[in-house]
Write a protein that binds this ligand. Sequence first.
Ligand SMILES: [Zn+2]
Length: 353
Amino acid sequence: MFSVADCSKEGKHHLHHGEVTEGVLQLDDVVVTEVDAGRRQATALNHSATHLLHAALRNVLGEHVQQKGSLVDAERLRFDFSHYEAVTDEQLEQIEKLVNEQIRTNVAVETEIMSIDAAKEMGAMALFGEKYDADVRVLSMGDFSLELCGGTHASRTGDIGLFRIVSEAGIAAGVRRIEAVTGANALSYVDETDALVAEVAAILKGSRSNLLDKVKQLSERTRQLEKELERANARLASAQSGDLLSQVQQVNGIAVLATHLEGADPKSLRELMDQLKNKLGSGVVVLMAHSDGKVSVVAGVTKDLTSRIKAGDLVRELALILGGKGGGRPDMAQGGGQMQLLFRLHCSVSLSC
Ligand SMILES: [Zn+2]
């Protein structure tokens, strides 16, 4: 027994690639061939749908669409074509709809052998990178698709059952790729999507009909909570500012407040720094906070001192130690760095004027 995994063409010969799984294969042996009917049919459906897809693409996107590559197996079809921008969701919907319309017309898939010249005169498109003989096989699906093709096809478009695009992406400059499924695989795809919708609806304690509203509400609620959290953080930072003033040190006659705060975000750090600068009247404020492995640094210098110390210089130096970057104006600057380098600062913060 010889199990065929692949097939290729060399001149006029078809080469079968595979593995002897039982017994021995010898020259002049008579073999009985058997086709995996299920796989062959699934592949034929995907292949036939590729013709419809090609025609639909030219219909929706324009005549510039040309086949750049194609791969068909029992699971799916892949079609590469020339087009210079992403295919929009609306266009994909239109393409899918057109192909499914052609499937429902259930026209016969017909083939006819004729001379290459006659085929060209009919307007048949060449497909699948074949080298054509003088006589060619012209495949037609109603008025919708007319191409040269020697492949295996469904007998009527209706056999394809259902066509679903599963992805669209760019693969090279000016070349897009569409992957799609047909027949039983397309139904499985729809079933999976239905199951996903049901699962999401269950998590949100909703149903298919109100799922969109539920997701919108959830997203709105998250935004509200984020704002509330921001306000709460600002209030917390403001409450802390009173205590922080007790940490002010005099360095060369300048009031300096350098401290580290738990869980403050950059925005509340800036607000807190403004408050501290106001309360100090004259001085330098350096605040740090960390979250998610990142350290935020904000520095402020009151106007009367910016000729001697610049906030931007302070932040730049701190950020350098923290393996990050930062900068800003002489009176206000901000930056950041990595949490794991914070230890470097423990003994190195010294402000000299
Ligand atoms: Zn074909």
